[in-house]
Design a protein around this ligand. Structure first.
Ligand code: PD2
Ligand code: ZN
Length: 301
């Protein structure tokens, strides 16, 4: 039975007392990993440690750090790229709304794997229109990254038209960039220029990952400007009549394109285990306008 031989807290102390975390002894580390491998769920593990005299916050910290360290060791042995810090909204208390300085943004959905959050009201209808109006005269056939060279190319998987606003290009671009930075706690400087895409009926963007594939020869060139992409925020600038949602095949889900709403997803390593495969479903009727913000590990210049 996986719960036997509970770990002692080392020294006895009332469970309610906050204190700095004691070092995780090799025996405790072994016990935590064995329990996790026996599929004991985290809350049960935490309870076992509390029953043995551990304060909840200290037990939680010991559990998290031990499992994180163990998993990163396992990942490395399997040849997986290391995990890096990623942008993340503050959702610990499951707030209905988040203040982004000049606006309240609604939280609609939060998913752990893929790490994904759907927001409403990131932009007003007027701000969406202003972005479309500024982008419209600058649209050209969308390019995708040429993975072999690190350059760009026309690709049949992407039948939209698009353009890029350099960072801070217009007032509404600056407003959106500042909101995103506050929303996911990531510096404006780590963002690529804002991309606006237009999909007429029939246009789509076939499923893909947004990170740069480490096995492709063009990737080192792409990484010179700010490192890997670590998160994407797609903002819907209008509401297509039918079709045009963003699909996440590994999560068996589709986010509906609704004007002013946004879907955020992050990928802590450039690997399919993040389950961030996603695509733009074909627009069936009406049209679709979207703004994409890709966030890098470091400053993007
Ligand atoms: O337009 C979309 O829904 C979409 C889907 C997948 C956009 C992107 N990817 C992108 O811009 O990366
Ligand atoms: Zn994408």
């Amino acid at each position: 039975m996986a719960h036997r031989n509970r770990p002692s807290a080392g020294r006895s102390r009332p469970a309610s007392t906050r204190s700095t975390a004691p070092a995780v002894t090799p025996a405790l580390r072994e016990w935590i990993i064995a329990q996790a491998q026996a599929n004991v769920a985290a809350p049960a593990l935490l309870q076992s440690m509390q029953d043995a005299g551990w304060a909840e916050d200290v037990a939680m910290e010991a559990l998290e750090s031990t499992l994180r360290e163990h998993l990163s060791g396992v990942a490395e042995q399997q040849g997986l790229p290391p995990v890096v810090p990623v942008p993340e909204p503050t959702l610990q208390t499951s707030p209905a709304r988040i203040n982004v300085g000049d606006r309240q943004v609604d939280v609609l959905v939060s998913l752990a794997l893929p790490r994904l959050v759907v927001f409403a009201n990131l932009l007003s209808a007027e701000e969406c229109e202003a972005l479309i109006d500024a982008a419209r005269p600058r649209m050209a056939r969308s390019l995708t990254v040429a993975t072999r060279t690190g350059g760009e190319e026309v690709n049949g998987d992407r039948t939209s038209r698009g353009m890029f606003f350099p960072r801070g290009d217009t007032a509404v671009v600056r407003t959106l960039e500042a909101r995103i930075a506050k929303l996911v706690h990531w510096p404006v400087e780590n963002g690529e220029g804002l991309q606006v895409l237009h999909y007429p009926p029939g246009a789509e963007y076939k499923p893909h990952y947004d990170y740069f594939d480490p096995t492709e020869p063009g990737t080192p060139t792409l990484l010179r400007r700010g490192g890997q992409r670590v998160a994407t925020l797609l903002v819907y600038l209008n509401t297509p009549t039918e079709g045009g949602g963003t699909t996440f095949p590994h999560a068996h889900m589709e986010v509906a394109a609704q004007r002013g709403n946004a879907v955020f997803f992050s990928y802590e390593r450039p690997h399919p285990d993040t389950r961030t495969l996603h695509g733009g479903a074909p627009v069936l009727s009406g049209e679709k306008w979207i703004a994409t913000k890709w966030l890098r590990e470091r400053e993007f210049n």
